[in-house]
Design a protein around this ligand. Structure first.
Ligand code: NAD
Ligand code: UDP
Length: 347
């Protein structure tokens, strides 16, 4: 009987918490999204505006684009500032999502020192802002925290296998340092933190020259160019469609203060890079050939998230299968490349 009562009370409390969280989430807030002009950031800004919030996007426009925010222009609840997060920022906001950082290897490796400054000083400056205002802050961390993992799939408890001074280190170690700082600000200053470890995510609004595998393969297939597989293509990744990921962000942000993360957000469906190339060729009906290029240094052999923590704590799991997400992304790039072709012809 006592056990039943405890369980019953537990359920009531959980339900009440859920209702309170929903109510809290519906209260319009002024939200800062750093990196809001990028691929993920632009989808997040859009979703937050749809939910009735006011959004301030701060971006340095290194990899971000104004065109990603085209649809939000003219919305009185949306504003943009050009700002580099490695410099302190003081704005009046109620909540922060920190997404500022180039995510594609060629882009983050182009200026490794700036990448490290963005991750580390950016995290520090935004945590100081969160501390000064007593507000909640989200960090876009990454599966790169696990490096070239020796445990598969990767649970959050795995500490990773990261090279501290290779070509990927500016990104991997920068993000690891940011996670450390988030947890220290939480422990020492009581800041409410939410840390998401994001696994390879793709979708509309990636740049055609982004350099990541999904956008590269789709653009190559649509143009009829060679599809460049690095190495033999047996390395694996797990690809999450952007809408699923953004849903995970919102659920994490609405979770109780005691749930800080880190939590893996990604699609556990695992594919080799060769399988991905074949699917893209199939879905586009392309006549592109597959060619092989050297495997980049420290390229992780395998990657798949263990998402049991997200499923349990956030009731989150991805819904969009790879074939469906690829179709939607192909439609986007088809439109984009068609438009650039038209512009070239009329120029
Ligand atoms: P993206 O390159 O499209 O977006 C990054 C945005 O940050 C861009 O708008 C860029 O201009 C901006 N930015 C870069 N440096 C900045 C600085 N110093 N100050 C202000 N803005 C700056 O990449 P994305 O895929 O949208 O990634 C967004 C975030 O999610 C990044 O922090 C990335 O590390 C993280 N993440 C993404 C993935 C993924 O698969 N997409 C995976 C893991 C982690
Ligand atoms: N890759 C590839 N061809 C490309 C781009 C990437 O074979 O044109 C490979 C890359 O070597 C890696 C995988 O695809 O094994 C995923 O690369 P991406 O840059 O998208 O993400 P990350 O390596 O950071 O997971």
């Amino acid at each position: 009987m006592t056990k039943f009562r405890e369980n019953y009370r537990g359920h009531v409390e959980a339900d009440l918490n859920g209702v309170l969280l929903l109510l809290r989430d519906r209260t319009p807030r002024r939200i800062l999204v750093t990196g809001g002009a990028g691929f993920l950031g632009s989808h997040l800004c859009e979703k937050l505006l749809d939910l009735g919030h006011e959004v301030l996007c701060a971006d340095s426009f290194t990899t971000g684009r104004h065109s990603n925010l085209e649809g939000l222009r003219g919305n009185p609840r949306f504003s943009i500032i050009r700002h580099d997060v490695s410099v302190p920022l003081d704005v009046e906001v109620d909540e922060i999502y920190n997404l500022a950082c180039p995510a594609s290897p060629p882009h983050y490796q182009a200026d490794p020192i700036q990448t490290m400054k963005t991750s580390v000083l950016g995290a520090l400056n935004l945590l100081e802002l969160a501390k000064a205002r007593g507000i909640k802050i989200f960090q876009a961390s990454t599966s790169e925290i696990y490096g070239d993992p020796q445990i598969h799939p990767q649970p959050e408890s795995y500490w990773g296998n990261v090279n501290p001074f290779g070509p990927r280190s500016c990104y991997d170690e920068g993000k690891r340092c940011a996670e450390t700082m988030f947890h220290d600000f939480h422990d020492r200053h009581g800041i409410e933190i939410k840390v998401a470890r994001i696994f390879n995510t793709y979708g509309p609004r990636m740049r055609p020259d982004d350099g990541r595998v999904v956008s590269n393969f789709i653009v190559q297939a649509l143009r009829g160019d060679d599809i460049t597989i690095y190495g033999d293509g047996s390395q694996t990744r797990s690809f999450c469609f952007v809408d699923d990921l953004i849903d995970g962000f919102l659920r994490l942000m609405a979770s109780p203060p005691s749930f800080t993360g880190p939590v893996n957000l990604g699609n556990p469906g695992e594919f080799s890079v060769r399988e991905l190339a074949e699917q893209v060729i199939d879905l586009t009906g392309s006549r592109s050939r597959i060619v092989h290029r050297p495997l980049p240094v420290d390229d992780p052999r395998q990657r798949r998230p263990d998402i049991s923590l997200a499923a349990r704590e956030l009731d989150w799991r991805p819904r969009v299968p790879l074939s469906e997400g690829l179709k939607r992304t192909i439609v986007y790039f088809d439109g984009l490349l068609g438009r650039s072709q038209e512009l070239a012809e009329t120029a």
